[in-house]
Design a protein around this ligand. Structure first.
Ligand SMILES: C[S@@+](CC[C@H](N)C(=O)[O-])C[C@H]1O[C@@H](n2cnc3c(N)ncnc32)[C@H](O)[C@@H]1O
Length: 239
């Protein structure tokens, strides 16, 4: 699954340009029985299997040794879990500041709780739903983190304008053709007036956030200009 990271898009280009390094470790390689079992029945009975602590701790030690060899003294150990803290842009930006991260990906019913208690710094969820394994959530988090590495994107400005970067949703975007059947691009975008375009975009961002994610505006203090632009839209919507 992690092979996808050197095949497509920004994450692959950043890897090729050595902006980050990636190694995938299979806990099965750290088992000692003939069947290379990493899971067993859950104590107390019930359906499903649980990932065993021993291969996981050995795999984690190997991951830490690899990170140490690259100069990372204390990587953050993240266990992907639907029970974890819900990932958001603030958390992604914090992870992007770390020199090394180890993502532990569960399968089956998850991992032996003692592994989490003994080794995990942060439990991270990608949303209130359950997927079959931690690999896709890890890839999702990795993609979001890699976008924050300077040089990973062609334009740093486009990262800074993305939704959530300053607590608002992004404004709408348009490209050619200018008129598509009866759907037209807003006139202001052809005005050539950068200040007007900036204000229009900011106003659209505020309005979208207000309509779609009003809770974001409760934690973000609006500037005088932003309050005025939002009030204008509210007044228009009540006309
Ligand atoms: C089928 S799930 C286990 C779910 C677990 N029994 C529970 O209900 O909390 C198997 C693995 O997928 C990963 N996973 C599933 N949903 C996730 C989510 N929303 N966010 C992050 N990881 C998730 C975790 O690593 C988990 O150990």
């Amino acid at each position: 699954m992690f092979a996808a990271t050197n095949q497509h898009g920004i994450v692959a280009r950043a890897l090729a340009n050595n902006l980050y390094q990636l190694d995938a470790i299979n806990p099965r390689d750290f088992t000692s029985d003939n069947y290379r079992r990493i899971d067993d029945k859950t104590f107390g009975g019930g359906p499903g299997m649980v990932m065993k602590i021993e291969p996981l701790e050995l795999a984690l030690a190997a991951a830490k040794a690899k990170q140490a060899a690259c100069g990372v003294a204390k990587p953050v150990v993240v266990y992907l879990s639907p029970q974890g803290k819900r990932a958001d842009q603030e958390l992604i930006n914090q992870l992007a500041q770390e020199t090394g991260v180890i993502f532990v990906c569960g399968r089956y019913e998850g991992v032996d709780e003692r592994f989490i208690q003994r080794n995990v710094d942060l439990e991270l969820s990608v949303g209130d739903f359950v997927v079959s394994g931690g690999e896709l959530p890890a890839l999702l988090i990795m993609d979001a983190v890699v976008r924050q590495i300077p040089g990973a994107m062609n334009s740093q400005e486009s990262v800074e304008c993305d939704s959530f970067m300053d607590g608002l949703l992004d404004c709408p975007h348009y490209t050619v053709p200018r008129d598509y059947q009866d759907a037209k691009v807003p006139e202001v975008l052809f005005s050539g007036n950068h200040e007007q375009i900036r204000k229009w975009r900011l106003q659209q961002s505020l309005w979208r956030t207000y309509q779609r994610r009003p809770e974001l505006l409760q934690t973000r203090k609006l500037t005088k200009e932003e309050s005025r632009l939002l009030s204008e839209m509210l007044a228009k919507s009540q006309d």
